[in-house]
Ligand binder design. Sequence first.
Ligand SMILES: [Zn+2]
Length: 292
Amino acid sequence: MSEPTDTFDDVLPEALQRVSPAPLVDIGANLTHASFSHDLDAVLRRARAANVGELILTGTDREHAIQAVELARRHLGRAPSLYATAGVHPHDASQWDSALEADMRELHRQPEVVAVGECGLDFNRNFSTPAEQEHAFEAQLGLAVESGLPLFIHERDAGSRMLEILKAWRDDISQAVVHCFTGERATLYGYLDLDLHIGLTGWICDERRGHHLRELVGEIPANRLMLETDCPYLLPRHLPAKLKGRRHEPALLPWIAAEIAHWRGDDEASLAAATSSTARRFFGLNALHEET
Ligand SMILES: [Zn+2]
């Protein structure tokens, strides 16, 4: 239902105001990032105007996971619906210890938390050593088994090691999505063979480095595919107008959906409907709002 406040304000130029023909779910929004602290309500209003109905706020460390849960809690009953993940990003894996593990376990018990993560391996930058990353990741795989929650996984330049680890854990974890997938065909098929889900961002809109994804996206079954902005990062490069500040936000998700629909040969409405129902099922999104 539209409310009178469902308008784009002048932050997004008219050329960037795009409304999805069916409600979208943004499965990766870093709305606890400092760049959103001054205008979060307006950001959420614009998401609603763009027909982005549900957002999953990425919790990348203790502080941000707590903030994401609080934000989702404060916003309960209002649109768009907000949920949170709670995990420790591979960049911060060196901080993993038993106190952090206990805090994460407690966060995973909160009704707003719909996944364990963001966690995984990033051998591109190695801000934590590979050994530290594997240790923190396996500990979080253990927490996912304990809680039964799905995993929200980050993998960059670590596809083959990630596949080995996930193969070993696959029977014990419920489900996992590899978010912001940017890898090659063999890695993609490795994930799909393990019956995992794939999250796609605006990476595909990048003419410099997203080319290989254009041929691959059509090979992902619709019931394994979900969409995300990963905002404020990864502002799509194909937008038809400049955005002041170059901060990516959930209201721009329809541009990514349209680009992915194009390369899959889908129409926008059916891609939106399919990816949203996949996301709702994967994260169990209805439960929280039905209970309350
Ligand atoms: Zn990530």
